[in-house]
Design a protein around this ligand. Sequence first.
Ligand SMILES: C[C@H](Nc1nc(-c2c[nH]c3ncc(Cl)cc23)ncc1F)C(=O)NCC(F)(F)F
Length: 296
Amino acid sequence: KKQQQDVFEERYLRCISILGKGNFGSVELCLYDPWGDNTGDLVAVKELQSNKQATVADFQREIQTISSLHCDYIVKYKGICYSAGRLSTKLVMEYLPYGSLIGYMEKHRQNVCTRRLLLFASQICKGMEYLQSMRYVHRDLAARNILVASDTLVKIADFGLTKIIPVDKEYYRVTQPGESPIFWYAPESVLELKFSHKSDVWSFGIVLHELFSYCDISRNPKRLCIQKIGSYVQSPSMAIHLLNLLKDNWRLPMPSQCPPKVHSIMMQCWEFNSEDRPSFSSLQDMFENSLLIDER
Ligand SMILES: C[C@H](Nc1nc(-c2c[nH]c3ncc(Cl)cc23)ncc1F)C(=O)NCC(F)(F)F
């Protein structure tokens, strides 16, 4: 049953700009202004891009997922809007004015210190710990899917690929790869399309690398992997090349000015065997242990 405050009336929803295009939906910045005097709230509204391969069912699942999450480190669900004309539902979320982590880092890179990077990392870790407690696997954890709420708060967003781990299993196996961001994927996800909390931990290690590279486009995971593999390689065999590199223990190079202890955390997240990777709760302890912050 939808609680009353969940439903937004389309006639009061005024589109201001397009924020971006996600896995299979676009997100618009809207003003929800029932009084018609511009005293309303800014909201982020996601709607299904009909031409994409994802189905209405996927979008319904995304709405179901995000509306069940209540955590300071996860973008807040506000409600839904039934757009009568287009027979499709829109997802209404809180609008975070600082935008995505990538854009924020491009703009504020100069005055983001190591302590703040570690604060952001521990917040993402707390959000992932909560997600795991709900038996959700995000499957698309990447800096592009982290939003900045303020100079001292980031939140996980985009639950379009999120799945629930069945009670009797430790992992979720997807049937078709889709447009998979393989450079953020754990080996078992690339090879067997298996996703678990431990494959999210691998992706968290990649996000750590992005954070400590200040989301520098010239050193982003995809570019560094393709540089290593060779840009002549086309996509299906790209996955095989990447897998062989990982088997030979190649990993993303340590970002410059990255504290050695942070690099060691990344390497733990990138253990080839999923059971050798730390859990989000033990990662949380590593970040809480403030010694890590000051030692360079
Ligand atoms: C497709 C949408 N893309 C973008 N969204 C925003 C944005 C700013 N402020 C926002 N506040 C709430 C939301 Cl849901 C998005 C934004 N900015 C740039 C984008 F390209 C998106 O959802 N991206 C995933 C994630 F949200 F994690 F960044």
